[in-house]
Design a protein around this ligand. Structure first.
Ligand code: PMP
Length: 468
């Protein structure tokens, strides 16, 4: 819960806070909001708990932005960073350095196959790299017309012109177009509001089959790759039906199209396995990763490419290398931090913990499914989406006002949750949870009961539907 600070230091703290707020209002451009006149200013974190400038403590149920998988305040991470910084600050990756070598080898090992690892700074970068490598690969093997990528509506793949082109969320794109071209979108595997009008009984997994049709309509000789997250996380926690990813991979193989799996959120234990695709028994051609790679202690991302694809670059080495450089990508500090992060995930068996905590969370959330405002609950590993509705029958999405009330009510009780949406255009009605893997079982129960209390604060009945 929220604890006030001790009285003695209150005055000076208030002054410090006011000064910071003034500067914040004047100079800081916040992400994802129009104005933050009263932002929460955080000063420290320990495990799952964040402390703000007033000394209030909050449970970080979103691990920041789905990223602080090992939890906050790890002294070992700080020590690894400091040690590396003292030893070697930087060399470009046209040379090599020890942490990059060790990390590339470790990531390849986690992927359980032979992969080549290209380092960048962010998830967006990693996806840009994937697209560029795929296009150059096809050019090098004599299929230069394969330039298109197929993605899904509701998917998020990043903020840069190419990655935003791949993104299937119109509301994030329309102010910035034209974006990178060559990206097609198919409907998401969104069972609760099936884009194909199917129910569980009548489902023929049209959401996977559509790729086959679209590739044929586009001309297979023009398609380089598909990009998918194992589950669509930021776009509304959209969990595909069983067998979906396998079928998608079969369609890729049928048409010689590369399968790019975006593991930026699902990777590094979030799914209860090392990577999200491991839950579906599918081996991707290219895997992109960021966030949980360092648990956000330092910026780093990676694009893992099947070794035999890389061979087409190696054969041309010296003439047609991959003409993509980024200064900070794979810098020694970030690589050392990532190595320590992966070591912690292994040593503390946090990936298994994530799976177990996820099962407990699913069970506890099931208790909310009868609630009048809960339309659908979707979980994947230690992540959950709770889709709120005004009316269960019509599935009319909960209003922005009601969603905000639930989030605020959780916050008042010391629980920071997320929301996303536009699964129905104009509505952000999916509450999200993706806590650090050091959450205790009791904290899982507390999250579910706090959510229930928050949901109960919503007005009964369906007044907004009747009047609106
Ligand atoms: N892919 C996915 C699935 C993501 O969720 C995100 C970020 N939320 C990105 C890519 C882009 O990552 P970044 O913000 O590090 O550029």
């Amino acid at each position: 819960g929220i604890e006030p600070t001790t009285q003695g230091t209150q005055d000076t703290q208030d002054t410090v806070k006011q000064r910071l707020l003034e500067k914040d209002r004047k100079h800081l451009w916040h992400h994802m909001s129009v104005h933050s006149d009263d932002p929460m200013i955080f000063v420290s974190g320990e495990g799952c708990w964040l402390t703000d400038i007033d000394g209030n403590r909050y449970f970080d149920a979103m691990s920041g932005l789905w990223c602080v998988n090992i939890g906050h305040g790890r002294k070992e991470m700080a020590a690894a960073a400091a040690k590396q910084m003292e030893l070697l600050a930087y060399v470009p990756l046209s040379h090599s350095h020890v942490p990059a070598i060790e990390l590339a080898s470790k990531i390849s090992g986690w992927l359980g196959g032979e992969y080549r690892i290209f380092f960048s700074n962010s998830g967006s970068d990693a996806n840009e790299v994937a697209f560029k490598i795929a296009r150059q690969y096809y050019d090098q093997i004599g299929q230069p017309n394969r330039y298109k990528f197929i993605s899904r509506h509701r998917a998020y793949h990043g903020n840069s012109m190419g990655a935003l082109g791949a993104t299937g969320q119109a509301q994030r794109k329309f102010k910035y177009e034209p974006l990178g071209t060559g990206f097609q979108h198919v409907p998401p595997p969104y069972c609760y509001r099936c884009p194909f009008g199917k129910s569980t009984d009548s489902c023929r997994m049209e959401c996977a089959g559509i790729y086959d049709q679209v590739i044929q309509w586009e001309g297979p000789e023009t398609v380089a790759g598909l990009i998918v997250e194992p589950v669509i996380t930021g776009g509304g926690m959209i969990v595909p039906p069983p067998g979906y990813l396998k079928k998608v991979k079969e369609i890729c193989d049928k048409h010689g199209v590369l399968l790019i799996v975006d593991e930026v959120i699902c990777g590094f234990g979030r799914s209860g396995e090392k990577f999200g695709h491991c839950n579906y028994g599918v081996g991707p051609d290219i895997v992109t990763m960021a966030k949980g790679l360092t648990s956000a202690y330092a910026p780093l991302s990676a694009t893992a490419v099947r070794a035999d694809l890389y061979d087409s670059f190696r054969e041309r080495s010296g003439t047609d290398h991959f003409r993509h450089v980024n200064t900070f990508g794979g810098n020694p500090l970030s690589c050392a931090v990532a190595l320590k992060n992966m070591e912690i995930l292994e040593d503390e068996k946090l990936i298994q913990a994530s799976g177990e905590l996820g099962r407990r969370l699913s069970e506890r959330l099931l208790g909310l499914s009868a609630h009048r405002t809960v339309g659908d609950i979707r979980t994947f590993g230690f992540a959950a989406g709770i889709e709120l509705v005004e009316d269960k029958e019509t599935k009319r999405p909960a209003s922005a006002e009601n969603v905000a009330k639930v989030i605020e009510s959780c916050k008042q009780r010391g629980l920071l949750i997320g929301k996303n949406g536009d699964t129905v255009p104009g509505y952000a009605n999916v509450l999200t949870l993706a806590p650090p893997f050091v959450t205790t079982p009791e904290e899982v129960d507390w999250m579910a009961s706090t959510l229930e209390i928050a949901l109960n604060t919503l007005p009964a009945g369906d007044e907004s539907f009747l009047t609106g």
